[in-house]
Design a binder for this molecule. Structure first.
Ligand code: BJW
Length: 250
């Protein structure tokens, strides 16, 4: 089938010879798996819910039950979702590029379920829980039917292991992301609105250090005008096309 996606020849050539590639993904890569994005008009989560009522530590303090139930709804959505061709193409890139770093803002675990071996999770993972007091990863007791359940070690509420607004990102993940961005030859920004800090700075670090920066997104973002290539289209179509043209034998 003919599609209208144009992958620049120059990019294919560079990618074939590249030793170090970094990829940053956002909610858009999981959109074709049926996981809602945050900021898309109509379908994005923030079109329906207010972030400050659900995705901040203050929201959890104010109404832990509401926040926990919202995450339970999203956990069910994510666990029913399946990786799409965009996620799978990144698995092929990981196999082809000697030093490949996948950095994701997503908390849905779909990269891992597609088969990506190493994933730097900047905003945590919705499947895990941690103690809201100590920040240690904990699993609730099977008998605990509380909403939210309690930390089995100290009795405080458990919360999802995700990064809310105003919270720091996991230090090691952020450091790995800085390093890979400042040390790659090609940097991809895929399916992200490129507005949430500090992730939004990573493509700029890469560009500053001399990397070719490529954005894959069906919409425009604040980054679009600065990148070397903006490829307009859904990642579930663009990435398989790019991978097939770059490594036809894969
Ligand atoms: C497709 C597609 C398809 C559709 N194919 N594409 C400096 C300046 C100003 C503010 C700050 C700053 N530094 C820090 C801040 C504050 C804040 C921030 O950035 N605010 C801005 C919004 C202004 N940052 C923080 O608080 C961070 N913490 C921090 O920096 O700590 C230190 C500090 C704190 C306070 C002050 C100063 C320093 C933490 C950020 C945590 C973000 N958390 C969330 C929720 C995670 C948990 C959960 O899932 O519930 O993370 S918010 C949400 O946004 C989620 C995402 O990971 C993140 C990014 O969203 P993403 O992935 O880009 O999704 P969308 O929906 O925005 O975009 C989707 C894109 O896909 C669109 O472009 C579509 O076009 C596209 N698309 N279909 C490809 N098929």
């Amino acid at each position: 089938m003919q599609n209208n996606i144009d992958i620049p020849d120059e990019l294919i050539k560079i990618l074939r010879g590249a030793e170090r590639v970094a990829v940053l993904t956002g909610a858009g890569i999981s959109a074709e798996s049926g996981v809602p994005t945050f900021r898309d008009a109509q379908t994005g989560l923030w079109a329906q819910y207010r972030p400050e009522q659900l995705a901040t530590p203050q929201a959890f303090q104010r109404d832990p039950r509401l926040v926990w139930e919202w995450y339970t709804w999203r956990r069910n959505l994510v666990s029913a979702a399946k990786p799409n061709p965009g996620h799978r193409s990144i698995v092929i890139m990981e196999k082809r590029v000697p030093k490949f770093t996948l950095i994701t803002q997503n908390v849905d675990g779909l990269h891992q379920r597609a088969g990506s071996q190493v994933v730097v999770e900047l905003h945590g993972n919705i499947e895990r829980n941690k103690c809201s007091r100590e920040g240690i990863i904990r699993t609730p007791d099977a008998k605990d039917k509380g909403i939210p359940p309690r930390c089995p070690a100290c009795g405080s509420y458990l919360r999802p292991d995700v990064v809310w607004f105003g919270e720091s990102l996991p230090e090691q993940a952020l450091e790995r992301a800085w390093r890979a961005s400042g040390n790659c030859q090609v940097f991809f920004s895929i399916g992200t609105s490129a507005v949430v800090q500090p992730a939004a700075t990573l493509p700029l670090i890469a560009q500053e250090a001399g990397a070719i920066v490529v954005e894959i997104n069906p919409g425009e973002t604040p980054l679009s005008r600065q990148v070397d290539h903006h490829i307009d289209g859904p990642s579930g179509l663009v990435l398989p096309e790019m991978v097939t043209q770059t490594w036809p034998e894969s």
